[in-house]
Design a protein around this ligand. Structure first.
Ligand code: SAH
Ligand code: SF4
Ligand code: F3S
Length: 461
């Protein structure tokens, strides 16, 4: 069930007839893979109503912004873009503007107050209601609808048909929400408690995707290791390691990835399931966040630097050629120069293949936002640059270690910079450029002949 926070909630039509045939839509997505995937669902719903994609917001009848609020600059980007859309709407009076996703969930009707030209605000669990909300706003004016604590698995966006961006690669949601309490993070506030999908629903979706020609799936959850804890299947809770193995048995799926595991919860069983399922790629996203024990404790992460490195060693022992990426936050409240040095030490010891590095951004309503010891912007910037320099050097070294190897790659399509060069990915998720035109979705064997700081170059063998 969902809650209507503004105006009366329109009753759901029992059987909907396509009512927007020929109208066009444009979806702009901010944030993470969960949002990318939700946007595919939104596009699927709009197309089921007869709509067609527009190439730009200026020419669309319906513009949807699927928002993120993980850091402050995500909020600023959204309001900046909404401002520029006002001028577009002034020229096209019939245009409808919808704001959904995490920031919509957080700011709710405040968005309608701040940007009076917005027609619909919908929360992270209200994606399935987009068509009804469009109808409602046409008839009654602006509306905001977000979730409350009674939301159930049936309200999950992942139960909807999707209009996927890629023919060969697909996201598959396994859980939504998060039950952790990392003190810097707003996700639990906007995505709610963790809800797992039933294994049978997940497997059926993967089988259906395979039937449509998909060869690669990425399983999505904020903490995949806690998958299934909320489910009761004949007195037993399903576990992630078993799910991985079952997905690995689906015929036609040749690559399986997942994001993200939580270092505190990852155990050998998941690593063995990865090692023993041929389709599961030798790739792990393993978010460190900080290398300082006291900062990790203040972040509520449930591990220290040493424990993190032990888990990483365990993972690499079971899967020797594992490619590992991470997330790191610089400038958490109270971070001293020594704490930051500890982060550099763990990064040097861990030798990640790549890292997403972030400057700490206080999120209103999270415990860290009111902790003492907020760090000056210039100090954060300077530490950030040192961390990026260290990781870039490690990434380059790791890339150079690939030269001379023969790798199976999956073609993504022409490179963004040069249509005569294809971009492909190794099983370790490293981008490889290959001269020539190759169809997206094709597997090839390439020899890595050269390494650049952030990608590789290969030739077909
Ligand atoms: N559930 C995922 C993280 C999702 S958010 C996980 O636990 O791995 C993606 C990343 O954004 C986080 O890993 C963290 O590094 C970063 N992040 C989250 N909140 C942030 C904040 N307030 N400031 C800066 N970075 C943040
Ligand atoms: Fe946020 Fe932590 Fe949950 Fe990841 S595990 S979504 S960082 S609260
Ligand atoms: Fe993702 Fe941003 Fe929401 S990172 S979960 S879209 S706050």
């Amino acid at each position: 069930m969902t809650e209507s926070v503004l105006l009366g909630m329109p009753s759901r039509k029992p059987q909907r007839v396509a009512s927007r045939v020929g109208k066009s839509y444009f979806v702009r997505t901010y944030g993470c893979q969960m949002n990318e995937h939700d946007s595919e669902r939104i596009s699927g719903l709009l197309e089921s109503d007869g709509m067609v994609p527009a190439s730009a917001p200026e020419s669309a009848d319906v513009v949807i912004l699927n928002t993120c609020t993980i850091r402050e600059n995500a909020d600023m980007k959204l309001y900046g873009y909404l401002g520029s859309l006002k001028a577009v709407k002034d020229e096209h009076p019939g245009m409808q503007i919808l704001v959904g996703g995490c920031m919509a969930q957080r700011d709710r009707e405040a968005i309608l107050e701040r940007a009076g030209w917005v027609d619909v605000v919908f929360g992270t669990h209200n994606t399935h209601r987009v068509l009804d909300l469009l109808d409602h706003s046409e008839e009654w004016g602006p509306v905001a609808e977000v979730w409350d604590e009674t939301t159930s698995v049936e309200d999950m966006p992942s139960m909807l048909p999707a209009n996927r961006d890629s023919d060969h690669s697909a996201w598959v949601t396994i859980t939504i929400g998060c039950n952790n309490s990392c003190t810097f993070c707003i996700v639990p506030m906007v995505r709610g408690r963790e809800i797992s999908r039933r294994p049978s629903d997940i497997i059926n979706e993967v089988k259906q995707l395979a039937g449509e020609g998909v060869v690669e799936v990425t399983l999505l959850g904020q903490n995949v290791n806690s998958y299934g804890r909320d489910l009761d299947l004949n007195g037993r809770s399903p576990i992630f390691a078993d799910l991985l193995r079952r997905v690995g048995e689906v015929e036609g799926i040749r690559r399986i990835r997942y994001t993200s595991p939580h270092p505190k919860d990852i155990k050998e069983d998941v690593m063995y399931a990865m090692a023993e399922s041929a389709a599961v790629c030798e790739q792990l996203h393993f978010p460190l966040q900080s290398g300082s024990d006291s900062i990790l404790a203040a972040m509520h992460r449930g591990y220290n630097g040493e424990r993190f490195l032990e888990k990483l060693e365990m993972a690499r022992r079971i899967i020797p050629d594992l490619a590992v990426s991470t997330d790191i936050i610089v400038g958490f409240p109270g971070e001293t120069e020594q704490d930051f040095q500890d982060t550099l030490d763990v990064v040097a010891a861990a030798r990640f293949d790549s890292a997403f590095t972030f400057q700490y951004s206080p999120r209103p309503g999270t415990p860290a936002a009111t902790m003492p010891g907020h760090i000056e912007k210039a100090v954060i910037q300077e530490r950030f640059e040192r961390l990026v320099a260290l990781q870039n050097a490690i990434t380059f070294e790791k890339n150079m270690e690939q030269v001379g190897k023969t790798e199976e790659v999956l073609v993504e399509g022409p490179s963004k910079k040069n249509p005569l060069v294809a971009t492909a990915r190794t099983r370790g998720n490293r981008p490889v450029h290959v001269d020539g035109k190759f169809d997206a979705g094709r597997f090839m064997s390439v020899e890595i002949i050269r390494a650049a700081p952030h990608n590789l170059f290969g030739v077909v063998v």
